[in-house]
Design a protein around this ligand. Structure first.
Ligand SMILES: Nc1nc2c(ncn2[C@@H]2O[C@H](COP(=O)(O)OP(=O)(O)OP(=O)(O)O)[C@@H](O)[C@H]2O)c(=O)[nH]1
Ligand SMILES: [Mg+2]
Length: 623
């Protein structure tokens, strides 16, 4: 007998009320959660079985305050709930999640959702915090007013879902009620006022707030949202973050480096000199190993980002930066997408779905690839450690760390500059409405969720090293090795290879900015992933040096001028070296136009900036 179809349930609620935490707890998934609005921007589906063996297909949705959706992420929720989504039939039952600490917007949404006719269960989540704060909620009154079951939950605690599961099974045992007629219509301003008043009445009847309002969050915010001290704190925090990425990681990186060198020595000792040895040492260890070394830096960066997300600081930073970003024509909501782009532009671009005005959204998408993503870290670190002396300044800051900070700064400043130009170019249309931001309460980060987040990111990085980066490194090795030098050749073997031929072909475009042909061979395949530039340089130089033992950094320092090195760094600030990002831009904007605009302006900017940097450096005498 075929199994009956699972019940289709959807998690609906305002932003940041814990929908995804519930989703993860119920289905065992590892979707991203974070203490700010707009973490989830697309629908996710998972399966689970209740204690009474009911099979459930659960849909996690982006948060929204109303079905009157404004931004692309909210539109997903509206379409799924109203059964208009092309790939998703309407759910049979909604779990309407309400933040028990700040129940207003959730209860308002629940009242609006009653009109859809879909059966629902209201889940008062974060009840742990509500109890701690002595917020009392009269569930019987809520149940009577809304006419639906109301349960409490703590999504992030073991056993916090028992009541929800019991009620769910009881509801399903009676058979899911048929959906009533859908009477929902987009509310106008008068409807909205009415519904806000109705929600206020409901809260007045069912929720008792403790008298004092001066919570810890308020006290911390007095400092951290201070216009001067707050900004100084934010700047200091970012500075510490980049110093940490650069200096804390060093000992672990040395350790990894040491073990790779040991393995390479083993291979040299046991595998006869020739193609096999060259492949293993130059491509696999030199190339892929050369990238894997950067894992500690990536992990430290993500640790900072995950902690800030979970603490609830992100929205504060957005609030502080709103004025500065507004001056450059960026919407306050652009901050979190841009900050996420420090990790990777792809989730950053996806996160722009929370911006409702298309012009603001496209401007953010346009500049997101300028933020320093983690794939640039290996390139920056390699060049900075090879060319910038490891001195300390004022005895505390490392000069190398300062240069790294400068590279990040250059990305941020150029993103602001490009968006200011974009604002000037498409200044038509009315100004964006003011930025309304929910500041979530601070929360102690959940160790488990931070650990899972770190693990997922680290695995993704290693997977990239084992797939894309490995493949491209092998391609580069083949190109740099074949055809082999003819008998009696007088020049180095690599000059007879395909790689040299390709590099020479690109030389006319790249020599004005100080690049040699080896760099051309490294940056073309690095379109697949920026780290390949490091693997590529390692492989090309290793092959041309006949598998010499020199460390890549030392080798580069002996072969490149400082002017060339600086130009190479600048190239990686600006050039659109990432095909996946371009593909996501195309998908998220729904047309190839914005993708080509991005490619064109970034390449043009990269070339010009490199040209200036290189010639200026030569003038100074660094040529
Ligand atoms: N203490 C406590 N924290 C919770 C609970 N549920 C969620 N959280 C925290 O609340 C924050 C928001 O959780 P998410 O699951 O990302 O919220 P969401 O509703 O999916 O948010 P969006 O996707 O942005 O709409 C995270 O920091 C969670 O760790 C809970 O029951 N108790
Ligand atoms: Mg979510």
């Amino acid at each position: 007998m075929p199994e009956p179809d699972p019940y289709r349930l959807a998690l609906v609620g305002p932003p940041n009320c814990g929908k995804t935490s519930l989703f993860n707890a119920l289905t065992g998934a590892r979707q991203k959660v974070g203490n700010y609005a707009g973490v989830t921007v697309e629908r996710k589906v998972g399966l689970f079985t209740t204690p009474a063996a009911n099979r459930i297909e659960l849909i996690d949705l982006p948060g929204t305050h109303s079905l009157r959706a404004r931004s692309p992420d909210e539109a997903v929720t509206r379409d799924v709930v109203l059964g208009r989504h092309p790939a998703e039939p309407a759910p049979q039952l909604m779990l309407v999640v309400v933040d028990a600490v700040a129940p207003r917007s959730g209860l308002r949404l629940a009242m609006e959702l009653v009109a859809t006719g879909l059966p629902m269960i209201v889940v008062l989540n974060m009840i742990d915090i509500a109890r701690h704060r002595k917020i009392e909620i009269d569930r019987a009154a809520l149940q009577a007013e809304l006419g639906v079951p109301v349960v409490t939950s703590t999504a992030v605690r073991k056993g916090g879902l028992e009541e929800l599961l019991t009620t769910l099974d009881a509801t399903l045992a009676e058979g899911v009620p048929e959906a009533g007629p859908n009477l929902w219509a987009p509310p106008d301003a008068a409807d909205l006022r009415l519904s806000h008043r109705a929600a206020d009445r409901l809260i007045a009847r069912a929720v008792t707030l403790p008298p004092e309002h001066d919570t810890l969050t308020h006290r911390i915010d007095k400092l951290l949202l201070h216009p001067v001290f707050g900004l100084a704190f934010l700047l200091g925090l970012l500075f510490v973050m980049f110093q940490a990425v650069f200096s804390w990681a060093a000992p672990v990186m040395d350790l990894i480096d040491g073990s790779f060198t040991a393995v390479a020595d083993l291979i040299r000792a046991h595998v006869p000199e020739g193609l096999v040895q060259s492949f293993l040492v130059d491509a696999v260890i030199g190339g892929v190993g050369g990238v894997v070394i950067f894992l500690p830096q990536i992990v430290i960066l993500f640790l900072f980002i995950l902690l800030l997300e979970d603490l609830g600081y992100m929205a504060r930073a957005a609030f502080l930066m709103d004025r500065i970003m507004g001056g450059a024509g960026l919407h306050g909501r652009a901050f979190i997408p841009l900050l996420s782009s420090f990790a990777c532009a792809i989730p950053g671009i996806m996160a722009t779905r929370v911006i409702d005005n298309p012009r603001d959204r496209f401007t953010t998408i346009l500049v997101a690839p300028l933020m320093t993503c983690s794939a640039r870290i290996p390139v920056y670190t390699l060049i900075v450690s090879a060319f910038i002396p490891a001195r300390s300044i004022f005895g505390i800051f490392s000069l190398q760390g300062l240069v790294m900070f400068g590279l990040y700064g250059a990305g941020i400043v150029s993103a602001l500059a490009v968006s200011a130009v974009a604002k000037f170019l498409f200044a038509r249309g009315e100004p964006s409405p003011p930025f309304m931001l929910d500041l979530p309460d601070y929360k102690i980060p959940q160790g488990r969720s931070v650990a899972i987040g770190l693990w997922t990111r680290a695995m993704a990085f290693l997977k990239r090293a084992g797939t894309t980066i490995f493949t491209m490194t092998v391609v580069i090795w083949v190109l740099a090795t074949f055809p082999q030098a003819p008998e009696g050749a007088t020049q180095p073997a690599i000059l007879y290879s395909f790689a040299a031929g390709i590099g020479k072909l690109l030389e006319p475009i790249l020599s004005p900015i100080g690049f040699n042909w080896q760099m051309a061979v490294a940056i073309v395949p690095a379109m697949a992933a920026r780290e390949i530039a490091v693997a590529g340089l390692a492989t090309v130089y290793a092959v041309s040096e006949g598998g010499g033992e020199a460390v890549l950094g030392t080798l580069l320092a002996s072969q490149w001028s400082l002017a060339t090195a600086l130009s190479f760094l600048v190239w990686f600030i600006f050039a659109p070296q990432c095909i996946s990002t371009l593909a996501v831009i195309k998908r998220e904007t729904g047309s190839g136009k914005w993708m080509w605009v991005t490619v064109a302006y970034m390449f043009a900017l990269a070339w010009l900036a490199c040209f200036l940097t290189y010639h200026l450096a030569v003038l100074i005498g660094w040529g």
